[in-house]
Design a protein around this ligand. Structure first.
Ligand code: FAD
Ligand code: FES
Length: 265
């Protein structure tokens, strides 16, 4: 059932990324890693990870402007109305006593609630915050406050922290540390590399996959990867599921019309 929410606050995170706060009693009960379908009046309905589950009664989504619908969300102002369905999807299982979390770009949105869930359990994860450059690092202040020295940074252009891809940094840290679990959300090519590295080390992993989502309830088949529907069985894939879909991981996906296309990032 679609519900109307009013935008109560907006926060610009980067030139093309903004966080939109709203109040919704059902989203407040979400699990880390779940998403909502956001209907933008006059445009389209798009899936967005829940970046804040409940902070003083507010929930949020964090949007990168990549096309017509996200462009409208990028410039939305308090007072505007949106339609919301969900939360949908399985969410992360919060496991491990010494986990490594690898975040790339807007993928950080689904991982912030995971960090908070770990801290509630008394576990402080190691977190690689990856971005194209230093001005594209999402939630750097919040994560620094939560994780202190367990937050490390990588930038593709070397403008801050490790100079290179987050997946390369993850491989280095996995070699130097005794992690017992790996989590990742970000560009699929990055997640595929993190998966292969975790697999080499025999570490269990959970990764948040993106496919073109229409119905979000497992009916239309547009989000299928291997035997799974990303909208319902995912978006979080564990080691066994990732192993099963490895041929498609970082390789192919369906577009809006259901045609197979290459994964480009
Ligand atoms: C489970 C899930 C969680 C997501 N969480 C976030 C998030 O937290 N922040 C964020 O910025 N983006 C997130 N996305 C991606 C986001 O849904 C797309 O960027 C958005 O739909 C683009 O819409 P558009 O009309 O602006 O752009 P378009 O020009 O229509 O599309 C741009 C790109 O987005 C993809 N896209 C478009 N519509 C959909 C759709 N219905 N489902 C999946 N992909 C689509 C297209 O395949 C294309 O690659 C998530 C996607 C999924 C599947
Ligand atoms: S989006 Fe329709 S089955 Fe997943």
């Amino acid at each position: 059932m679609i519900r109307t929410v009013i935008v109560l606050d907006v926060h610009r995170e980067a030139i093309d990324i903004t966080t939109i706060y709203f109040k919704d009693e059902t989203v407040r009960t979400s699990k880390p890693g779940q998403y909502v379908m956001v209907w933008v009046p006059g445009e389209d309905e798009v899936p967005m990870s829940i970046s804040t589950i409940d902070k003083n009664g507010l929930s949020s989504i964090t949007v990168r402007n990549v096309g017509p619908t996200t462009e409208i969300l990028d410039s939305i102002q308090p007072g505007a109305k949106l339609g919301i369905r969900g939360p949908y999807g399985n969410g992360y299982m919060v496991e491990g006593k010494n986990p490594l979390i690898v975040a790339g770009g807007s993928g950080t949105a689904s991982l912030l609630p995971l960090v908070q869930a770990f801290l509630k359990k008394g576990v402080r994860p190691m977190f690689i915050l990856g971005g194209r450059s230093s001005d594209q690092l999402l939630f750097e202040d919040e994560l620094t406050e939560l994780l202190t020295e367990n937050l490390v940074i990588s930038t593709d252009d070397g403008s801050m922290g490790y100079n290179g891809y987050a997946s390369g940094y993850a491989a280095l840290l996995m070699a130097e540390n005794e992690f017992d679990y790996v989590y990742t959300c970000g560009p699929e090519l990055m997640m595929a590399k993190v998966f292969y590295e975790a697999e080499k080390k025999g570490l269990p992993i959970q990764a948040s996959l993106e496919r073109y989502i229409k119905c979000a309830v497992g009916l239309c088949g547009n989000c299928v990867v291997g035997p799974y529907r990303v909208c319902k069985d995912g978006p979080i894939f564990d080691t066994a599921m990732l192993t099963e879909v490895r041929e498609e991981l970082g390789v192919s996906r369906m577009d809006a019309s259901g045609m197979k296309i290459r994964v480009s990032h």
